[in-house]
Design a protein around this ligand. Sequence first.
Ligand SMILES: *[C@@H]1O[C@H](CO)[C@@H](O)[C@H](O)[C@H]1NC(C)=O
Ligand SMILES: *[C@@H]1O[C@H](CO)[C@@H](O)[C@H](O)[C@H]1NC(C)=O
Ligand SMILES: *[C@@H]1O[C@H](CO)[C@@H](O)[C@H](O)[C@H]1NC(C)=O
Ligand SMILES: *[C@@H]1O[C@H](CO)[C@@H](O)[C@H](O)[C@H]1NC(C)=O
Ligand SMILES: *[C@@H]1O[C@H](CO)[C@@H](O)[C@H](O)[C@H]1NC(C)=O
Length: 720
Amino acid sequence: MKITSILSLAVALCVVSVNAAPVVDSKITVLKPTLATTIAKAKPTATKPKSETKAKSKATKTTTVAASKPTSTPTTTGTKAATTVKPPKTTTPAATPTQPAKPKDPCSELAAQGKNIDSILQFNTVRDCYRAQSFKKDIADKTLTSVENLLGNFYIFLDQAKEATSAPFKTPKVDLMAGLKKIRETKWKDDYDFNMALTYLTFSANDGHMAYRTTFGQPISLYAPVVNGVQNIRVFYADDTQKGVPKDSIIDCVVNTIDGVPALKAVQDFTDRTSAISKDPGVRLNDALASISWYNDWLIAPGGFSKRWECSSGAPRKLTVPWIVKPSENFLFNTFRDTATYWNVQCLAPLSPYDNSRQKNDSGRRYKENNEVGFRTNEAPGTTLFRERGFIQMPNGGKNGRNDAPQTISKATEVLITATTAFYKINKSDACVAVIASEEAANPRFDPSDYLQFIQGLEKLRDGGCKKLILDMTNNGGGAIDFAYFINLLLFPTAKPYFVEDLRSNAYIQGAAKAAIKQPSAVTVFDARGYVSLATNKVFKDDSMFTKGVSIKRGGTAQTYSQKNYFEYSWSFMPQAKNNTLPWKASDIAIVTNGFCGSACTMIATRFNIVHKVKTYAIGGIYKTPLSYFTFPGGFVMDNESIVADVKKLNYNAKNGPSKLVVRSSAKIAVGEIYATENSTIPLEYDTKYFTANVHLDQDLVSARNPDSIWLKIAADFKK
Ligand SMILES: *[C@@H]1O[C@H](CO)[C@@H](O)[C@H](O)[C@H]1NC(C)=O
Ligand SMILES: *[C@@H]1O[C@H](CO)[C@@H](O)[C@H](O)[C@H]1NC(C)=O
Ligand SMILES: *[C@@H]1O[C@H](CO)[C@@H](O)[C@H](O)[C@H]1NC(C)=O
Ligand SMILES: *[C@@H]1O[C@H](CO)[C@@H](O)[C@H](O)[C@H]1NC(C)=O
Ligand SMILES: *[C@@H]1O[C@H](CO)[C@@H](O)[C@H](O)[C@H]1NC(C)=O
């Protein structure tokens, strides 16, 4: 039984203490009224040229209504220039000597602003406090050593990443160790630049991990539907209770430019730099944009680029929206006074071994603590980031910002809601849908309810006459590998449900494996007794899985990997055991995702497609470009603390083990890698020939808000 997913390396240093990273220059956006649709309220306001120049004053004037409003707060120009665009309430732009004299210590200001979790921090203050932290060579060196040891010993894709992937999703080669060396040799201007360099290096692997916290929030979410054969960035949702957001609807307005760059390009550039969620740029685009998401309820996931925008009155407008910056869970309130104490409190590691008060409250996640290797509760960083962006509750009883819009789901009837899945029957159709939101199921040995309810949902669909089954796994960031194996066996009871995997098996890990086998039972990831041998289909009884590994050449180097293995599984409650079979064959099933089907989710989607030939649909992405239906399959992920804890249990003190880091940080890396089939030689994470969905559907104005319109399309496809 194994936990979750996949993923990679997430370094998150002290900079992370606010929920945001000033990664983007963002400020102004111009929208043009949309030609194609509904929206353009023919408010014959001004007839301003479509010019989208930076001419602030002009644009602001034109837009009478909206543009005057947003002005009330300080806005920013972004990372480099600290210039605050002075809110021209009535002020004349140029005249005022804008900047207040350089104030006192920016971290003192931050301390004053950050009173509690609801505090709104000023973008500039946060940035200036980050920038005030000087570069400390000794600490940087120790940080790099710690990260080198972690990646060097354990990161499963270290060598694979040195090989480029092939079409259709080409990603460049990434040599992480060389990148770390280069960072070590560079003289950084300040601590922030150093940390960002480390972050972007880890991003470059595009391994569904990402790191540094997300964006500065903005009250506007964007999407990129295709309307009449043209893909544009448009406004998906706007919270008009926030400063800067016009009260007249800007929903569905086309965004022309963002900071002067064509909007689609601006978003793609942004997400290519910061998403790191996929090797497919189309999935990264989806990751930046808003989407409807089922997570106990239908909600809007705002997307990583939740910022800038504007329009609606018939002429182009420009709006400037302030960043909304809030303290993150890692922000330590009332503990620092200024730049120096900020460093001590937020950046330096605590002296005590591990400070639990900084742990997230994970009690909502329903995992049970135990020692089984497979049940470590490590969520893929890509999934964590997605969740940290939060969700927007739909206004107007699920109408999602558009007064004339129907409820999110109106053409299908809810049959059962469970913790992981919502089951629907499509009206006047024999097709049904299981919206699988995650594989986060409790360990069935302690609490089988998630598993039993999933069976119950399918049985209800079957008993209600469903002949076709659509699995909607949009925005599914994974969960327990055991639950994925279970779904595989439930729908394909005669096929193998597991995924073949391996781990690294270098000298350090072999030493750990030898120490592990001397323990009374398997309580660490290095213990071969926690894995089933692919060769014998029996649980390993000795350390040979690691000590008699196989040499594989990748990225120009031969390294030893463990023998192939998989996790044990067995469930006593399969319905087939009671002759209570489920009716669907592969040709009766379809899978639909927006590409964000990560880690454990991929173990269902790819098994259904690659082995059983279930048809896959992927929605959104880049117009007329193949799109993946899954991302970051990885293998399984562990956080640095779990690895360190395992080593400790073994009393194993080999050189270059995971080392103490002097700054606060957390890192997660993929430790195991899975393969599409038993005979694959390239790990699935890099096996791009499998990525593309059978069918790529564009997002449109309706489908983006009403997933049931996609379900109807797929239901109709079954009949062809
Ligand atoms: C953690 O979250 C749960 C559910 O949201 C809540 O009931 C509980 O009080 C929280 N615990 C702490 C220590 O904050
Ligand atoms: C679909 O069925 C549900 C429940 O029977 C009903 O509330 C809904 O109005 C129906 N939708 C349509 C479009 O007929
Ligand atoms: C299920 O059906 C098979 C063949 O029809 C029969 O041999 C078997 O005993 C049945 N099992 C149960 C648990 O009823
Ligand atoms: C890993 O975790 C250990 C124990 O908490 C810590 O001392 C070390 O600095 C961490 N290393 C990294 C790279 O995060
Ligand atoms: C893998 O290779 C073995 C030996 O050549 C073969 O028997 C088996 O069918 C192959 N499995 C798959 C999934 O192709």
